[in-house]
Ligand binder design. Structure first.
Ligand SMILES: Nc1ncnc2c1ncn2[C@@H]1O[C@H](COP(=O)(O)OP(=O)(O)OP(=O)(O)O)[C@@H](O)[C@H]1O
Ligand SMILES: [Mg+2]
Length: 322
């Protein structure tokens, strides 16, 4: 792991938000470090945008603290906000101006941003070739990148993006992912929200999973995955005898409805006789020994890590992500 990960850029502690009579956010706590891409994953209505609006001081938390580079977003707004670049919901751009003119417009609102800095951010988001065209002629992906260019103008330490890949096609998503990764490699802390598991899994170092305004888990994506139940698919002969033996082992659970835990494409590759179990790696060897000792032929043993989606289902006991 990157050694500059230790420096905390964003610290969120026990943040809650009540709007009207409704508690929207309950006791949310997490940190984002320098050089890391932190994912904020949750279904529609989970509280992602509400949390982000508090991070950038568009609304105030009801309680709790938010610090950016050590500055309290509520008490030291100016110093804190100086370190944040963000796109919340959709970036607002003037479509009758060129990309460059839009950036000049935003540059005038902050001190110390010259033509050279504008040229630098255009270069980072790779819009050089189209920057002097009117924004009305841009694709959605180009508009998103212009939004990021604007967010980067003030040389922030923290970039906050609310669902940056919304509406993009697979190529646009891939491009976006590449340059977010590049920005993080250069030391930026990036906070990205998404309701798409595959997106977060590909992009992020760590993730907070949010549902119903509560953070269910925070951790490295890989660690969250390896710490959860995993599934083993068995091809045994004779299958019925094998299944009987497996179901008699106290450390092995037979999954009677594999379609509820496995992806469709995994299921498609399985034979009709395949048996799916939930069993730890340590116990799998013992199970194999028992099967072999009973004369059952073990044709295939295949371990599958759950996807983030299965993880989410385990945590929320079935609430769907989409
Ligand atoms: N101003 C408001 N007044 C009342 N309720 C609100 C307000 N803003 C948000 N909410 C409610 O708070 C919850 C969280 O909304 P939020 O927009 O933060 O979710 P989200 O995770 O960003 O969802 P999405 O994926 O759809 O963008 C929702 O139930 C929403 O209806
Ligand atoms: Mg939202």
């Amino acid at each position: 792991m990157n050694d500059h990960f230790s420096e905390i850029v964003l610290s969120v502690k026990n943040v809650t938000k009540k709007i009207g009579r409704k508690w929207i956010i309950h006791d949310v706590t997490f940190d984002v470090r320098k050089g890391e891409i932190f994912g904020f994953l949750g279904p529609n209505g989970a509280g992602k945008t509400t949390t982000i609006r508090m991070l950038v001081d568009l609304i105030k938390p009801t309680s709790g603290t938010i610090k950016v580079c050590g500055y309290d977003v509520n008490r030291q707004q100016e110093q804190a906000l100086r370190h944040i670049g963000s796109i919340v919901e959709n970036p607002e751009m003037y479509s009758f101006l060129t990309g460059w003119e839009n950036l000049e417009h935003f540059a005038r609102m902050q001190p110390g941003i010259d033509r050279q800095r504008i040229a630098e951010v255009v270069d980072i988001v790779r819009l050089e070739r189209r920057i002097h065209d009117k924004v009305s002629t841009y694709s959605l992906g180009m508009r998103q990148r212009l939004g990021i260019a604007q967010a980067l103008l003030g040389r922030p330490k923290l970039l906050i993006l609310d669902e940056p890949t919304n509406g993009l096609d697979p190529k646009g998503i891939k491009e976006m992912r590449h340059f977010i990764q590049q920005l993080a490699e250069e030391g930026l802390a990036v906070f990205v929200s998404s309701h798409l598991l595959s997106e977060i899994q590909l992009l992020c170092d760590r993730v907070a999973i949010i549902s119903g305004g509560r953070v269910l888990a925070v951790g490295e994506v890989d660690a969250l995955i390896s710490g959860s139940n995993d599934y083993v698919v068995w091809e045994l002969k004779p299958a019925a005898q094998g299944k009987r033996i497996l179901s008699g082992l106290e450390y092995c659970d037979i999954v009677e409805e594999p379609e509820s835990v496995l992806d469709d494409n995994l299921l498609a590759g399985m034979s009709a006789e395949a048996i799916v179990t939930c069993i730890s790696p340590e116990h799998t060897f013992r199970a194999v020994e028992r099967l072999v000792a009973s004369g059952v032929e073990v044709r295939e043993v295949h371990r599958m890590n759950p996807t983030l989606e299965q993880l989410f289902l385990q945590m929320t006991e079935g609430e769907s992500l989409e």
